[in-house]
Design a protein around this ligand. Structure first.
Ligand code: GCU
Length: 443
């Protein structure tokens, strides 16, 4: 009996882990299939000529995504911001400053304010920038720093401590919440992020009520579109900052925020690169795929992520006039990194790859390379459609950060003569680049 009592915390841990993992990764026991030739070709087919020659085709397709899945892009919704507050003038042993700024979207009493935290490296000239949108609060993203919490208090660093932090990082990876800013600084980048739920809460019912009262002129009807507009508002503020190189900006998001990062890249063409890590359904995975979570299950579990019209297709997916290879095609020629985990079948790496294969023709018609190497395991960070598949599940781990910085380095260029800060390997076609702690290698 005493033996059992002593082990209660451990048993509890195992039960909680199993529950969380079964919800998010289908127990993480499967491997994503690497065979793509034996799977259906994405439907509807992409008309490459129409895409390349006819800008109305793009507008019609964007409209179709708005009418079915995402609701309207909240065009013209006011964005204002307050004063920057220096959180740490000697951030990371003086390598940069950590600052935050309140950004307000909308008008009237329903306008929403969230805090953007930005780390600016102390380097001469303007820095290229990556903006991330997070599940974790700003306290958890910057645990050692006195940033402001959603309730206005100053964070004390405890949020991801103890058992909760241990559990979250054991399941979802070291960097599921905490941001390794020094690694973005090493890559020569400024880094900014915000907590999406501060803008529109990630809760069914509450999210729709908040969006409906944001004060227009056009209100979002899906949290994904609202969060995408949040990315765009962050860009407004940072592109106007003299420390930032406005021509070299990227967006980054994991999972639901990978979905919103992709959407932003389509509706806000200022974005110079997008990292969508494990974006899954309503992101880069094909809605008609029968593997993984599936759009239908996602639409039922998280109805607030999508526009109300999406529920019309839940009973009959074949009636959905769009699929996600078309979203990727609309992003072209903007460089996109699609991050994946081999055991993250829930997000469906296989159909994500097939979506990228189909969209690649549009990238090529637009004069870039698209997917450059054969197969899901070959990572080419310099490809304009870069596909990253590592072992493991639905998480953000150290190798992912290396893959992200290699991609950002390749695509945000070397502004103002900056030397490439990230090592990449020039492997022969067909061989994967392997990214390790020691740098990039060919096998
Ligand atoms: C759930 C959801 C996914 C989503 C993920 C995430 O697992 O089913 O669609 O991508 O949460 O945001 O982590």
């Amino acid at each position: 009996m005493i033996w059992l009592l002593k082990r209660i915390p451990l048993l509890l841990l195992i039960v909680v882990m199993a529950l969380v993992m079964s919800n998010c990764t289908m127990l993480g026991l499967n491997y994503a299939s690497l065979a793509t030739d034996n799977k259906p070709v994405p439907q509807p087919p992409l008309d490459v000529a129409a895409f390349a020659e006819d800008s109305d085709r793009r507008d019609a397709l964007k409209q179709a995504f708005e009418d079915t899945l995402y609701g309207p892009w909240p065009e013209g919704m006011p964005v204002t911001h307050g004063d920057w507050r220096v959180v740490d003038a000697d951030y990371l042993d003086g390598r940069g400053t950590l600052e935050e700024v309140p950004i307000t979207i909308g008008s009237g009493s329903g306008a929403r304010t969230f805090r953007l935290v930005a780390a600016f490296p102390k380097t001469p000239g303007k820095s290229p920038l990556v903006i991330s949108q997070t599940f974790a609060s700003n306290c958890a993203a910057f645990p050692g720093s006195p940033v402001t919490a959603a309730d206005g208090s100053i964070c004390d660093g405890s949020e991801m401590g103890g058992f909760v932090g241990f559990l979250a990082t054991s399941i979802f990876g070291t960097y599921i919440a905490e941001v390794p800013v020094s690694r973005y600084f090493d890559a020569g980048l400024a880094y900014a992020s915000f907590y999406a739920s501060e803008l529109v809460p990630d809760r069914n019912g509450e999210a729709q009520a908040v969006m409906a009262s944001m004060g227009g002129p056009v209100n979002p009807t899906s949290a994904l579109m609202a969060w995408a507009y949040g990315f765009s508002a962050a860009l407004d503020v940072l592109e106007a900052d003299p420390r930032i190189d406005a021509n070299h900006t990227a967006l980054m998001g994991h999972s639901r925020h990978g979905k919103s990062a992709l959407i932003t890249g389509v509706w806000d063409r200022r974005v110079d690169a997008v990292i969508a890590h494990q974006s899954g359904f309503a992101g880069a995975a094909l809605s008609r795929s029968t593997t993984g979570e599936g759009l239908v299950r996602m639409a039922k579990t998280y109805p607030h992520w999508l526009a109300p019209t999406a529920q019309d297709y839940v009973e009959d997916l074949s009636a959905l006039p769009v699929d996600q290879h078309e979203l990727l095609a609309l992003l072209g020629p903007t460089p996109v990194l699609l991050g994946n985990g081999r055991r993250d079948v829930w997000s469906d790496p296989n159909s994500t790859y097939r979506a990228a294969q189909a969209a690649s023709a549009i990238y090529q018609a637009e004069g870039t390379d698209g997917l450059t190497r054969g197969g899901m395991k070959a990572y080419d960070p310099s490809a304009s459609l870069a596909f990253w598949l590592r072992p493991g599940g639905h998480s953000v781990v150290s190798e992912d950060i290396d893959a992200f910085t290699a991609f950002l380095d390749a695509h945000l260029g070397q502004p103002q003569g900056r030397e490439s800060a990230v090592q990449t390997a020039d492997c022969p076609v067909g061989s994967p680049t392997i990214i390790t702690e020691g740098g990039a290698k060919c096998p």
